[in-house]
Design a protein around this ligand. Structure first.
Ligand code: SAH
Length: 454
């Protein structure tokens, strides 16, 4: 295989980030924008010795799983890596990703993985988007998405996994910027004001929250902006003057409306601040939380920890059925929301701590010696800190409910818990991120094994 060479190959598999894998004379060739089953003509663009990267030139014979992407810009945008695959094939791909991680990395039996819970309508589900704002080469203000792994921005006309109503907000903000000469951010020079527009919509209430992320300490013509966006429930700006890839700045200042929006899941009302994490797919979130609650098997007398609790969503779900729930979360604004949410829903048996899960839990255990019956963890993609997992093993709860958005780190952590005497009982994948490669899993891990050998 040589750079520039043109090859014809059958795509047989797919990488975790959605690139097709074919073989040329026994060597794997990774080809983006292909689907397993496709027979393609591709050009080798990188030769790495025993594998290579190719660019697709022609789909000679399409895979039976290939479909026409719904969105015209899905290929350059790269946010939806799987749009050219039928939804059934997307679900099968995710099922396989979860099973393969849990068996290969986690050393668990494949039969513990249950069939994935898919969406009925795999579009228009995202309740939040962060649109970068930039100046195009021809001097227009562009709001949209980063192209693939680059930082050039593609105009978003209407994102099919997002909310159509965002488009009106973006266009009003663009008009306001043009009218008052407010410049979009320029990454190279570090100049310009408006970096991102974050829009969040509550599914249950239809409320909209808009936060402009700005490269400056103050936002000019706020009153005029508030007048344009009079219909949104919460309008704010966030200050981020750093030259970095982080979107939101630390400080948020409110312009009009309330400092939060409200949503409702499973009969509980949640307040969400701009800085707080909140699951992006409301319909699937309810299914996920119900599974987590089922796995927790609460009968009313339990002490439960909800680690990485965000605004306390899972905590409050569990609190209705437990004696006491402790929640831990690193973002102070999210814990403010969690406490308000507990109060607003009349839930008195939930207590929240700001801090790192891997510090708060070991600290609390060392200090009080109090055990837990159930521990729920829902970490970001990098998974749990090993100190935390060791403390969990020491505290010996009957059940650990691990909610994960990354099968590989889940599998790594399951292995650590398994070495500590726990056993994976069930892993339920849930499709929270249709059209993309991402997948959520909720698992039940118990220490029954220890008890039966005692
Ligand atoms: N369970 C919540 C949030 C899950 S997202 C929900 O379903 O909505 C993961 C959360 O972990 C985020 O809110 C993030 O701010 C928080 N987080 C990240 N690192 C953390 C750490 N080391 N300790 C505690 N919380 C952390």
């Amino acid at each position: 295989m040589e750079k520039g060479q043109i090859v014809e190959i059958r795509i047989e598999d797919m990488t975790e980030d959605g690139a097709g894998i074919g073989k040329y004379e026994g060597y794997p060739l990774f080809v983006k924008d292909t689907v397993p089953g496709d027979f393609v003509r591709a050009q080798v663009i990188k030769d790495k010795g025993n594998y290579g990267f190719g660019r697709v030139m022609e789909i000679i014979e399409p895979s039976p799983d290939r479909v026409e992407p719904i969105c015209p810009i899905s290929r350059p945008c790269g946010g939806c890596q799987l749009q050219a695959m039928s939804y059934g094939a997307q679900l099968a791909f995710k099922q396989k990703r979860v099973t393969s991680a849990l068996t290969r990395i986690g050393g668990q039996p494949a039969d513990r993985v249950l069939p994935i819970i898919g969406m009925d309508e795999p579009v228009r589900y995202r309740n939040k988007a962060e649109y970068p704002v930039r100046m195009s080469r021809d001097g227009r203000i562009v709001m949209g998405f980063y192209a693939g792994h680059t930082h050039s921005v593609i105009e978003c006309e209407d994102c099919i996994i997002g909310q159509q109503s965002d488009m009106k907000i973006l266009s009003l903000i663009r008009g306001w910027m043009e009218r008052y000469g407010i410049a979009p951010y320029d990454e190279e020079s570090g100049r310009g004001l408006v970096r991102h527009v974050m829009i969040r919509t509550s599914h249950a209430r239809g409320e909209q929250m808009v936060t402009l992320v700005i490269n400056g300490k103050r936002l000019p013509h706020q009153t005029e902006l508030a007048a344009e966006l009079g219909f949104v429930s919460s309008l704010s700006y966030s200050i981020n003057t750093e030259k970095n890839n982080v979107i939101m700045g630390r400080e948020v200042r409110f312009i009009s409306g309330r400092p939060y929006i409200e949503d409702e899941i499973g009969g509980i009302v949640y307040r969400i601040s701009p800085q707080s994490f909140y699951q992006v797919n409301p319909l699937q979130t309810e299914k996920l939380y119900r599974k987590a609650l089922e796995y927790a098997q609460l009968s009313g007398g339990e002490t439960v920890w909800d680690l990485y609790c965000g605004i306390g969503t899972i905590s409050l779900f569990l609190a209705q059925k437990a004696r006491k729930v402790y929640g831990v979360e690193i973002i102070p604004a999210a814990i403010d929301n969690a406490r308000e949410n507990a109060a607003a829903n009349g839930i008195a048996n939930a207590e929240f701590f700001v801090g790192k899960a891997e510090e708060v839990l070991p600290g609390h255990f060392a200090h009080t010696g109090e055990r837990a019956d159930v521990i729920v963890v829902d970490p970001p993609r990098k998974g749990c800190d090993e100190t935390l997992l060791r403390t969990i093993v020491e505290m010996a709860p009957e059940r650990v409910v691990y909610v994960s958005c990354d099968p590989a780190t889940l599998a790594r952590d399951v292995k650590i818990l398994a070495d500590g005497g726990y056993e994976l009982r069930a892993a339920q994948p849930v499709d929270m991120f249709a059209q993309t490669v991402h997948v959520e899993v909720v698992t039940l891990i118990t220490r029954d094994k220890i008890e039966t050998t005692r």
